[in-house]
Every structure is written in structure tokens, then in C-alpha cells.
Design a binder for this molecule. Structure first.
Ligand code: PFF
Length: 464
């Protein structure tokens, strides 16, 4: 058995933690999911609610998660074990492990598309399908091919397993330092290209002029769910990353920097993609295939588009990989730390389980497209359950735990380590965090979850 202490490293530097955690947070959620969820929920009004959710709920919960992990220096289940004697709380860590599988099951499918699009980009296919309808049809043709979609899912899961198998330390920390800035620069270039397209103003209007009538209860639930998803909250991923953090580092500013980077990337991606959609006359509410229908067309319109398209899909795949690694790492670290499994066995076993869980999601686009559970196919169900139920529920429990079980007395002693200056000069920030964790988070998340009560009942039925 590998003991927790012997396998536990610390990030090489403060910036190492921020980049690795930002690498885990920034992924398909920012570039694939944010544009299409926002497109489906009316644009600007959704963005406003999303930003509020990120600031009022996301950031405080991120601080709480990282703090818990740093204090206990363990995996999520071990963290609850270390911080309270009450065994019930371990189930919250356990729920994170389950959520890890649920997320991997659809995340791997989309990451597989991204891998497949690297090949399409190299083949120059985008130039053969340069109109919106042709690009959409091409996407549908590819995803209807069972071998293409499951093969790429397998490839992606295989790569994720390989990296977690050999350890993620230097590779990911160093890799994130190079990849993230390149991805950002590329997105910026695409944003400017999008802005220069004819008809881009329509996209900007959609993004920045809110139409509140489009906002429904469900879109508020979506916004909160997406805030959790994009910041990797509520399932212990950030707890695990926080557990490798030094007590000399400032949890508050590090968390704020992660949130800022993640939000910025999502907004830049949003502008890049929505301007392109409106200028090419496409429908922003198209759903999960959105960026695969639209970006290829933008590439055909830009100078150097052939090369940029290859680089873009490589980077998107790598961004997905740095996030999926953090997902498999949560599952692996749990079985290694708590169940005494050897790391390589845990990785092979649970990576394979994650692949198998992903197969029904992959087949949702072809042979299982008519198989619906409560009106949703496997892919949509896993996607919905993860963001809208598991992660907010995890966040609800984490805030209740910090405020009422672990208690602020102990939490603040830990939070102060590395953040002495904030405690001295900007104590109102700490006060705000306490109030939010104690009252706002539990009440708001609970209310939003109530909205999905129908879905909750459905899940209970599902597991009975
Ligand atoms: N935050 C990742 C993204 O936006 O792509 C997705 C994710 C990774 C969610 C890890 C949860 C997680 F634990």
C-alpha cells in the first residue's frame, strides 16, 4: 500500500498550484460548454447570473474546498475523515468519486470529438464543408459512426489513464505553464477574428445586452450548475489539488486568481464563438455540437486558418486532458489512499470503468439515440446530472460542513496561514466569506436545487 504521506507531493511553487488548478478548471467547460449553454439560455442575462454565481457562490466554495484539502492533506473522503468523527460526511467525499465517473463518461466523448477534429483539421476537411449546413452535417456523420466516436473515447481515456498511471506532477505542472498561455493567445486571436466578421455586432448584442424575459428558473439552475462545473467544484477535485498545497501559500488570493483566469477564458471563448455564429447565420441554441459546427467555418475564413485549426483542436484536446486527469486522479487517490490499492491497478481498473460508463454516452449519438431515460439520452443525462445535481449538492454539503460541522473557529485558523495580510488589513473579506458560506450558499443552492425537484425524484427512482 502506498501511504498517503509517501505519495504526497507539494506543488513546486505557488504559481505551479495556480496553473495546475487553473489547468484542471479550464477545459471543455469553458470552450465547449459555456458557449452552447449560454446560447441555449438567451445569452447576456444568463451570463449575468452566471457571473453572480461564480462570485457569490463559486469563489467562496472554491476557497472552502482548497482550504479543507490543504488542512487535511488527503483525498476527499480522507479529508472528511480527518476533519470530523461523524462518519456520515465521508459519503459526501464518496459522492464526489461517483460524480467523477459521471463527468468522465460524457467529458471523454466530447474530448474524443476534439481529438477527431485534429485529424479532420489535418485532412483539411473544414474547407470541404465550409457552409453552416455542410459543417453540421459533417459533424453528424462523424458522430453517427460508432467506431469513430467510441474509438476516440477509448483513445482519450487511454491517454488520461497513461498520465495518471505515471503520475501527474511535473508533466502537468510544466505542461500547464506552456499550454494554457498558448491556448489563451489562440483564443484571443480567434476573438479578434470573430469581432472582425461582418454581422459580429449581433453576436455582441446577444452576449452583452440582457433580455431578462429569456431567463427561466431552469436557466438559473443551469448557471449555478455551470459555475460549479467550470470551476471543478463540489466533487473534491479542488480539495485534492489543495491537498498538495503548502501552508505558506495564500488560499484566498490563489482561489481568486483561478476564478479570474477561468472566467476570462470562458468570456473570450464566448465572444470568439458567438460572434462567429451570428455572422455565419447559425443558431446559438444548437446544443452540444455548437463549436464543432461553427469554429471550422471561422477557420476557413481566416488567414492561416489551416494551421490555426490544427493547433486549436490540439490545444482543446490538451485542455480537456488536463481536466480529465484531475477527474481520474480524484477516483484514483481515493482507492489508493483509502482502500490500499496500488496506483497502477486503480488507474487501469477505474479508467476502464470510466471508459465503459462513457460508451452509452457515445452511443447516444447513433444506435442509442432513441433510448431515453426521463426524456434524456445517456449523454444528456450524465451531463445534466453532473452539473445540475451532483456538483451543487456537493457544494451545499461542503458549505454546511465548513460552517456548522468543522466550524469557523478551526477553519479560520487554517485560512489565516499564508493569508495574514488579508486578516489584518481586509478583514471584511473574511467576514463576507463567512456570511456567504454560512447563509447564502446553503440557502441559495438549496433553492436552486428545489427547482430541479422533478429531476431529483427521477434520480431517486433511478437508483432504487
Ligand atoms: N472544470 C472542467 C471544465 O471546465 O472543463 C471540468 C471538470 C473537471 C469538472 C474536473 C469537475 C472536475 F472535477
Amino acid at each position: 500500500m502506498v501511504s498517503i504521506e509517501s505519495s504526497r507531493e507539494q506543488w513546486g511553487s505557488k504559481i505551479g498550484f495556480i496553473l495546475a488548478a487553473a489547468g484542471g478548471a479550464i477545459g471543455l467547460g469553458n470552450i465547449w460548454k459555456f458557449p452552447y449553454v449560454m446560447g441555449q439560455n438567451g445569452g447576456a442575462a444568463f451570463i449575468a447570473v452566471y457571473l453572480l454565481c461564480v462570485l457569490i457562490i463559486g469563489l467562496p466554495i472554491l476557497i472552502a474546498e482548497v482550504l479543507m484539502g490543504r488542512t487535511a492533506q488527503r483525498n476527499p473522503v480522507g479529508t472528511f475523515k480527518a476533519l470530523t468523527k461523524n462518519k456520515m460526511w465521508r459519503a459526501v467525499g464518496g459522492m464526489g468519486v461517483v460524480a467523477g465517473f459521471v463527468i468522465l463518461s460524457f467529458y471523454g466523448v466530447v474530448a474524443g470529438w476534439s481529438f477527431g477534429y485534429i485529424i479532420e483539421a489535418i485532412k483539411g476537411s473544414f474547407f470541404d464543408y465550409a457552409t453552416p449546413s455542410a459543417a453540421g452535417e459533417h459533424f453528424n456523420e462523424l458522430t453517427q459512426n460508432v467506431y469513430w466516436i467510441t474509438g476516440l473515447l477509448g483513445l482519450f481515456m487511454g491517454l488520461t489513464m497513461m498520465i495518471v498511471y505515471f503520475g501527474i506532477n511535473k508533466g502537468i505542472e510544466r505542461g500547464s505553464k506552456i499550454m494554457m498561455p498558448v491556448l489563451f493567445v489562440l483564443l484571443l486571436i480567434m476573438m479578434f477574428k470573430g469581432l472582425s466578421l461582418e454581422g459580429a455586432e449581433e453576436g455582441l448584442e446577444f452576449l452583452f445586452i440582457p433580455n431578462w424575459s429569456k431567463l427561466t428558473g431552469l436557466s438559473v439552475l443551469e448557471a449555478l450548475g455551470h459555475a460549479f462545473f467550470t470551476l471543478s467544484l463540489g466533487m473534491g477535485a479542488m480539495m485534492t489539488y489543495g491537498s498538495y498545497m503548502s501552508k505558506k501559500d495564500n488560499v484566498i488570493t490563489a482561489s481568486a486568481q483561478i476564478v479570474a483566469l477561468d472566467t476570462l477564458i470562458a468570456l473570450v471563448a464566448g465572444v470568439a464563438i458567438l460572434t462567429a455564429i451570428f455572422s455565419t447565420g447559425q443558431n446559438p441554441a444548437e446544443g452540444p455540437g455548437l463549436i464543432f459546427h461553427t469554429l471550422p467555418i471561422v477557420f476557413t475564413k481566416m488567414t492561416g486558418g489551416y494551421i490555426f485549426s490544427i493547433i486549436f483542436f490540439i490545444l482543446l484536446s490538451l485542455a480537456a486532458l488536463t481536466s480529465s486527469i484531475s477527474l481520474l486522479e480524484v477516483v484514483t487517490s481515493y482507492f489508493v489512499d483509502e482502500k490500499g490499492m496500488q496506483r497502477h491497478k486503480a488507474v487501469l481498473l477505474f479508467g476502464t470503468v470510466a471508459f465503459l460508463c462513457g460508451v452509452p454516452s457515445a452511443l447516444s449519438f447513433n444506435i442509442l439515440s432513441d433510448t431515453k431515460i426521463f426524456g434524456l439520452n445517456f449523454f444528456d443525462l450524465a451531463n445534466f446530472l453532473a452539473s445540475n445535481i451532483f456538483l451543487p449538492l456537493g457544494g451545499l454539503f461542503i458549505s454546511i460542513f465548513v460552517a456548522y460541522v468543522w466550524g469557523f473557529d478551526k477553519a479560520l485558523i487554517e485560512l489565516k496561514k499564508g493569508a495574514e495580510e488579508i486578516f489584518e488589513k481586509r478583514f471584511w473579506e473574511i467576514k463576507f466569506w463567512k456570511i456567504v458560506i454560512k447563509y447564502f450558499c446553503p440557502v441559495l443552492i438549496f433553492l436552486v436545487l428545489l427547482h430541479s425537484i422533478g429531476v431529483l425524484t427521477m434520480i431517486i427512482n433511478l437508483f432504487q
